[in-house]
Design a protein around this ligand. Structure first.
Ligand code: HEC
Length: 100
């Protein structure tokens, strides 16, 4: 019975997404080594200003997620969902500050 309850608990946690521990540091590492250079090349700055520019396009968490998918595709990576979430949390906690 105990293991059944445990299994139920684990699947509920997985279902609600709570079991996943966000790793913002890993998000920053991924971001800095794969994403910054293209933004910097396009906008001619250090690469992070794109997130705080005046006319930025991203105004909601959903838009942020959609943009991350587009950029992930242009980068051509195959990062699993948890890595994308780490990057998303890194960007959100440092630049966007949308309510999650
Ligand atoms: C091949 C070039 C390229 C790569 C690589 C790239 N991006 Fe982008 N990114 C862009 C361009 C171009 C825009 C601006 C799009 C626009 O203005 O419509 C952008 C915009 C963004 C924005 C929105 C900025 C805003 O306006 O607030 C986010 C967030 C973002 N990128 C995240 C990422 C992440 C995370 C990665 C790495 C997985 C990444 N990008 C890799 C080209 C790239």
């Amino acid at each position: 019975m105990k293991s059944l309850l445990l299994a139920l608990n684990v699947s509920l946690l997985a279902w609600s997404g709570i079991s996943y521990a966000v790793d913002i540091e890993r998000g920053q590492e991924l971001h800095d080594s794969h994403c910054i250079s293209c933004h910097a090349a396009i906008y001619g700055d250090k690469g992070n200003e794109i997130y705080t520019r005046e006319n930025r396009k991203i105004n909601t968490l959903n838009e942020l997620q959609a943009q991350l998918k587009r950029c992930k595709n242009s980068l051509g990576t195959n990062w699993p969902e948890d890595q994308m979430l780490d990057v998303q949390h890194y960007l959100n906690s440092n630049f966007y500050h949308f309510k999650e």
